[in-house]
Write a protein that binds this ligand. Structure first.
Ligand SMILES: [Zn+2]
Length: 254
């Protein structure tokens, strides 16, 4: 008998009817408007490398990731064969280098033309999401705060909901958050919990921390979504093809 050293279980976000008891509501917040509207450019790791002015609302772009699926989802056998393993959708290192170089020499138009820049959600939303998701502090210890999958939903009318998932044991599995679906939803963001637990000699944790195969499956075509991996302390931006960009939670929030 070959006992598994680790068990990884992860249930993904499922778009279902709203569960009112799990929902706390916050009103929509205005986009932060400053006198000078700027575009901020982040390199593939989320570090600022340039900025330009704009007549439109301020925006932040990040260069696409060069991290491949093995780097984001692991190389152990149980990770490779896990049904919830997602995938990366990276660009070549030379292509990321080129886009970053163009930004550094202020050739912004040409940088956009490379197609390697991903737009982040508005700053107010990133700040609100970060504040909410870091209730799971990443320590993996707390049986409640580190054990639930949280979600925020932004509706077409600008309303924003925060949804606390049910706490669950990674040795048992079943972390999931139910959010409302349908045309009224503009976007949603969710977290993957950091909890680690022991079951005899077995260490259990939630896998994957990056978007799961189920997460990738339910993203509408040509839209992007965001996952906070609380154990890795990283934020992943993805579409149906895979993970497009990765940055630290810290860099995501400002
Ligand atoms: Zn998920």
């Amino acid at each position: 008998m070959l006992p598994e050293k680790k068990t990884f279980r992860k249930a993904s976000l499922i778009l279902l009817a709203l569960l009112p008891l799990l929902v706390s509501s916050t009103n929509s917040q205005p986009i932060l408007r400053t006198q000078e509207k700027i575009i901020i450019y982040l390199d593939r790791n989320g570090n600022p490398i340039g900025q330009s002015t704009t007549s439109e609302d301020s925006k932040t772009y990040i260069v696409r990731t060069t991290s491949n699926t093995e780097e984001l989802y692991g190389t152990e056998a149980y990770e490779i064969h896990h049904p919830l393993r997602g995938r990366s959708s990276p660009i070549l290192i030379k292509d990321a280098d080129k886009t970053e170089q163009l930004i550094k020499i202020k050739k912004f138009e040409e940088a956009f033309e490379t197609g390697n820049l991903i737009l982040l959600r508005p700053l107010w939303e990133r700040k609100a999401d970060t504040k909410f998701m870091i209730q799971d502090d990443g320590s993996g210890i707390d049986a409640v705060k580190n054990s639930r999958e949280n979600a925020s939903v932004v509706f077409q009318n600008g309303q924003r909901l925060q949804i606390l998932g049910n706490a669950c044991d990674p040795c048992v599995g079943g972390a999931e958050t139910r959010v409302p679906g349908g045309d009224s939803v503009s976007t949603y963001t969710h977290s993957h919990p950091s909890r680690r637990n022991k079951n005899g000699n077995e260490t259990c944790m939630f896998y994957p921390q990056a978007p799961s195969s189920e997460d990738l499956k339910i993203v509408p075509y040509r839209q992007t979504r965001v996952v906070f991996g609380r154990a890795t302390d990283k934020v992943y931006i993805y579409d149906s093809s895979g993970v497009l960009a990765v940055l630290s939670t810290e860099n995501y929030s400002h």
